[in-house]
Design a protein around this ligand. Sequence first.
Ligand SMILES: NC(=O)c1ccc[n+]([C@@H]2O[C@H](COP(=O)([O-])OP(=O)(O)OC[C@H]3O[C@@H](n4cnc5c(N)ncnc54)[C@H](OP(=O)(O)O)[C@@H]3O)[C@@H](O)[C@H]2O)c1
Length: 369
Amino acid sequence: MAAKPSPHALSTATPEPLNLDGTAQAVIPSREQEGKSMSSNMPYTRLGKSGLRVSRLCLGTMTYGTPAWRDWVLDEQAARPFLARALEAGINFFDSADMYSNGVSEEILGRAIRDMIPDREDVVIATKCFYGTGGEKPNRRGLSRKHIIDACDRSLRRLGMEYIDLYQIHRFDPETPIDETLTALHDLIQAGKVRYIGASSMHAWQFAKYLYKADQLFRTRFVSMQNHYNLVYREEEREMMPLCVEEGIGCIPWSPLARGFLAGNRHKQGGGETTRARTDNFATDLYYRDDDFAVAERVMEVAKRLDCRPMQVALAWVLSNPAVTAPIIGASKLSHLEDALGALQITLSIEDKAALEECYRPHPVLGHE
Ligand SMILES: NC(=O)c1ccc[n+]([C@@H]2O[C@H](COP(=O)([O-])OP(=O)(O)OC[C@H]3O[C@@H](n4cnc5c(N)ncnc54)[C@H](OP(=O)(O)O)[C@@H]3O)[C@@H](O)[C@H]2O)c1
């Protein structure tokens, strides 16, 4: 079935964003579409308060690499049509990490970009360091100056590019002084290897410390936070997202569909119909609680009423949060990409949002490890 936002789904109501406790969220200036591609209807927006313009959807490339890394990962031949279709649809924002398929994800992304578009400047390539590709060797992971600079050079070689647009620290490193990490990242920018820096899942106090120290030491500030946020994990609404709004940091949530859990095809007894549903153990660790299934069922009910796909409702909900610049989506079938593009057309009403949020129960912190 093609993506089909119904006329009902294209409601005109502007949702009022609420915190978990029901109070109104701090709202950054309107994230109205700031422009559209000449060749597609893709909206673009600025990444936080930086000048960098990114598509409202970012394509995650963790799904592309080698199935030797994870059973559900697609190889290069299978992956290339996704990258081609994303570019054609106006997606200019791609996320990878050194650890995805131990570097093969970056290689596939780099080759595709070099082959498929004439100008490197027309895409925003994001990747990450922290976990590395060297296993447990002492200096092959973390956020030391040594590892960050080595990891960046390796990512550049794998991507076959002269610079990375958005270089992100994948996690907080409690063993490395914050000023060492910030100075290494700042130096990569000065060296022309990196354009902007971002961070990923950590506690809000840790991120606040990075921001404060960057200002204090006159180092480059982070422009983005890649955090774990979806209808079955909303703890980021407590501290991290208000902090990001206040500081002009763009949120680019990972796993906006809860690794497929919100697509409506996961089973209560575990697993589901797809290879990823059966083999993605990290998803089982994060989700599959009774409360989570209650939310997933509500997503299906709302989707039925709006005559669209459950994942479109879940994605439209993430997109409706004004703190969110661009969710980072995963697609293992080309139809997933089409459905995600369709979700950009859906505006949920206040009633829809309230129904979707009603079954949520607070979760322990998940996804910072
Ligand atoms: N910073 C971090 O720590 C971190 C962590 C995780 C991910 N990420 C980033 O976030 C990206 C996305 O993560 P993710 O893949 O977990 O995202 P996701 O969008 O939450 O999940 C993607 C999965 O949802 C299912 N799906 C998507 N569209 C669907 C549709 N229309 N119908 C039915 N099922 C659909 C597919 O599952 P099936 O394959 O089972 O069909 C797909 O593999 C990654 O590629 C990576 O770049 C970052």
